[in-house]
Design a protein. Structure first.
Length: 82
């Protein structure tokens, strides 16, 4: 096993996106003035896991007064508050 030392001029750009797909969905929902309810789904993600991730982002961004997440019949919904 050997260790390689290689000087570089600058760091590579981060591969990870700055915003998650869930944050983008929440922003899109909030900006859509005509929509009060939206069904959210993601292939390969359980509804409870998806709802948990959305709730975490809502909590982090302090959006409790504007939006809530509901799981009804195994489907996840975003709901705008009045």
């Amino acid at each position: 096993m050997s260790i390689e030392y290689k000087p570089i001029k600058e760091l590579p750009k981060p591969r990870r996106a700055r915003k998650s797909e869930y944050e983008e969905i929440i922003e899109k929902f909030l900006n859509d003035k005509a929509t009060k309810y939206a069904e959210i789904s993601r292939e390969g993600v359980k509804p409870v896991s998806l709802a948990s991730a959305l709730r975490r982002i809502i909590k982090q961004r302090n959006l409790y007064s504007k939006i809530t997440v509901s799981v009804i019949g195994g489907k996840v919904y975003l709901v705008k508050k009045a």
